[in-house]
Design a protein around this ligand. Structure first.
Ligand SMILES: Cc1cc2nc3c(=O)[nH]c(=O)nc-3n(C[C@H](O)[C@H](O)[C@H](O)COP(=O)(O)O)c2cc1C
Length: 578
């Protein structure tokens, strides 16, 4: 290796240091002005950024005028309020504590713009990818941000604007676009971590999740073997922490209430402590329900009175906020994410929809396997990654939801495959079916079982045999949550069937699972018994979508809060029972 071009160690360290210590700063600004020569240096650094075809599409508008900054701050405030109003309760509370701009606290604001027409028609590279103009301006921002850090200047990026409104306020010509609004000033200190991470709003993803070898999906750092996310997550799942559970039990006994008087909630609090590895465990909020939607080939056997199109129609309803899951989520303060893991229709992209389609529906399991092994693994992996991403986004409780016409048939088949239950006992009436359809449904499951002769010790094979994609993804979702020691509240029979697969892959994953409710589908009780999980709510619900689990969310949260907040006999000076 030729060291000739390498910087000396000290200079290299300085480069890595500035990268590691650059912070988005919103607090601790001091009013001292920024000298013109320092501003010139950081603007020159910005101007040295790479740009597509050397088009240099940026301009920098340096703002110090107080009246203008006040008008800009008013624009940002309006957007802050609009954003806050759209948040679920726990998120709104956390957001309220965050500072998102320092427009008036800093002496200088710098706007970086982009002129995507600069350089004319034949700008190298931009002809194929027009967005490279904006990418180039972003690199100018990065240069400025890093140079500012080296100068001891804090920079905070504000994006709470309607871009055209801001452009008008700044007198930008029509063909220029605002890329960044930066608040710049000297600070008392630089935080060691992103403020959003310290505040628990979001977490850093490990670098190994972001690096892929040769093609997307083969994750791992250079010099290391690519990691199979399923193997990795299974390896990460461990048993509950006995010491934390003992501490929680002991604390429950010292809390100012008769011993055991919180019934099942005491056990929930103990399990939460065991999962978190500490007592008291963190409150399971914010929470997010992920509704995994998919279609099922076995629908062709006439097992449901509902046409298959209803799956896609209900996805649209979830996204529009019109389903029961949306109203329950709003009531308990949870976010709703919808996952297209295999809907048999093209879905338009929409906010809140994760497009993760494995295939447009499974095959009919009475005629062959519902999916390939590769597809089953892809569904599991998608679920793992969604759980990881939702936890990285700051969620501390995940909730399972599902939508898929005919998925109670698939669930019953999975439950029979994993528990050995008799299809006549595990099969329910789903959304409501007549006697003839019910008999047909049982027959379909018997045929499937006879055809595939499932081996419960091969959970991937069982998922592949019967489906659905949502079951595979839900099992992955539970494993992903368990690997991050984050509680996951299970909804009804579909989640129960998926949990059997998760438990077969990693028995300790069940330590992260809380049975939200018991559905009226008979297979659900069989699954819960097999898993040793006790449901929190029993209201005869049979809707799915995540509704039963959402109702249990306040119970799980209350169990954690009581363990954390309730005084003990000694601390409150209350006399214990003799
Ligand atoms: C494109 C972009 C827009 C951002 N907009 C805002 C914003 O409106 N308000 C805010 O407080 N932070 C904003 N940030 C800052 C990020 O939240 C911050 O970079 C992130 O939390 C990581 O922290 P760090 O920059 O200190 O490493 C923005 C960052 C980027 C890259």
């Amino acid at each position: 290796m030729d060291d000739a071009n390498r910087y000396p160690a000290e200079q290299r360290d300085a480069v890595y240091r500035v990268l590691a210590e650059r912070r988005d700063v919103r607090r601790g600004f001091v009013p001292d002005p920024v000298p013109a020569d320092v501003l010139r240096r950081i603007l020159t650094a910005a101007h040295q950024a790479p740009s597509v075809g050397l088009s240099q599409p940026w301009d920098f508008i340096v703002i110090t005028d107080r009246a203008r900054r006040e008008r800009v701050a008013a624009l940002a405030r309006r957007h802050r309020d609009e954003f806050a109003a759209a948040l679920p309760a726990a998120r709104a509370r956390a957001f309220d504590r965050l500072k998102i701009e320092s427009i008036l606290d800093t002496p200088v604001n710098i706007v970086v713009s982009c002129d995507r027409t600069r350089g004319g028609r034949h700008t190298l590279g931009r002809h194929a990818q027009p967005r490279t103009a904006e990418f180039s301006s972003v690199l100018a921002v990065a240069n400025l941000w890093l140079a500012a850090r080296a100068e001891g200047l804090g920079v905070g990026w504000v994006s709470f604007f309607d871009e055209r409104e801001l452009a008008a306020e700044l007198g930008l010509p029509e063909h220029l676009e605002v890329i960044a609004y930066l608040c710049v000033g000297y600070v008392t200190d630089f935080a060691p971590e992103p403020e959003l991470a310290t505040a628990g709003w979001a977490r850093r993803r490990p670098v190994s999740w972001a690096v892929h070898a040769e093609e997307y999906g083969r994750r791992g750092l250079p010099g290391e073997e690519p990691v199979d996310p399923l193997a990795e997550v299974i390896a990460a799942i461990g048993p509950p922490d006995e010491a934390a559970m003992a501490a929680a039990r002991e604390r429950q006994d010292r809390m100012t209430k008769p011993r055991g008087s919180l019934g099942q909630l005491e056990e929930v609090s103990v399990r939460l402590a065991g999962l978190a590895g500490c007592c008291p465990p963190p409150l399971p909020e914010p929470a997010c329900v992920a509704v995994f939607a998919a279609d099922h080939g076995v629908h062709a056997q006439g097992v449901s009175p509902w046409p298959q199109e209803v799956t896609a129609q209900m996805v649209a309803n979830f996204l529009a906020g019109g389903a029961v899951v949306n109203s329950f989520a709003a009531q308990v303060g949870a976010e709703v994410t919808v996952v297209d893991i295999g809907v048999a229709a093209e879905l338009e992209s929409a906010g809140g929809l994760l497009p993760r389609k494995i295939a447009p529906g499974t095959a009919d399991f009475t005629e062959g396997p519902a999916m390939s092994r590769g597809q089953a693994l892809a569904a599991l992996t998608a679920g793992i990654e969604i759980a990881r991403d939702l936890v990285a986004a700051g969620n501390r409780c995940l909730i399972t939801g599902d939508m898929g016409i005919a998925n109670t048939t698939t669930s019953a088949a999975l439950i029979c495959a994993f528990t050995g239950a008799d299809p006549a006992e595990a099969t329910g009436r789903g959304t409501g079916i007549d006697a003839a359809t019910y008999a047909r449904k049982i027959g379909v499951i018997c045929r499937g079982l006879a055809r595939h002769r499932p081996d419960p010790s091969d959970p991937v094979g069982v998922i592949a045999a019967f489906g659905g994609f949502e079951h595979g993804a839900l099992a992955g979702f539970m494993l992903g949550a368990a690997g991050l020691r984050t509680p996951v509240i299970l909804d009804g029979v579909i989640a129960g069937a998926a949990a059997l697969a998760a438990a077969a892959l990693a028995p300790d994953a069940i330590a992260a699972c809380f049975a939200g409710h018991r559905s009226s589908e008979p297979g659900h009780a069989i699954a819960l018994n097999h898993l040793g999980l006790r449901p929190l709510v029993d209201l005869g619900l049979r809707l799915g979508e995540g509704t039963g689990a959402l109702l249990a969310l306040p119970l799980v949260q209350s169990a954690a809060r009581a363990l954390r907040d309730v005084a003990t006999f000694d601390s409150a000076g209350v006399t214990d029972k003799l």
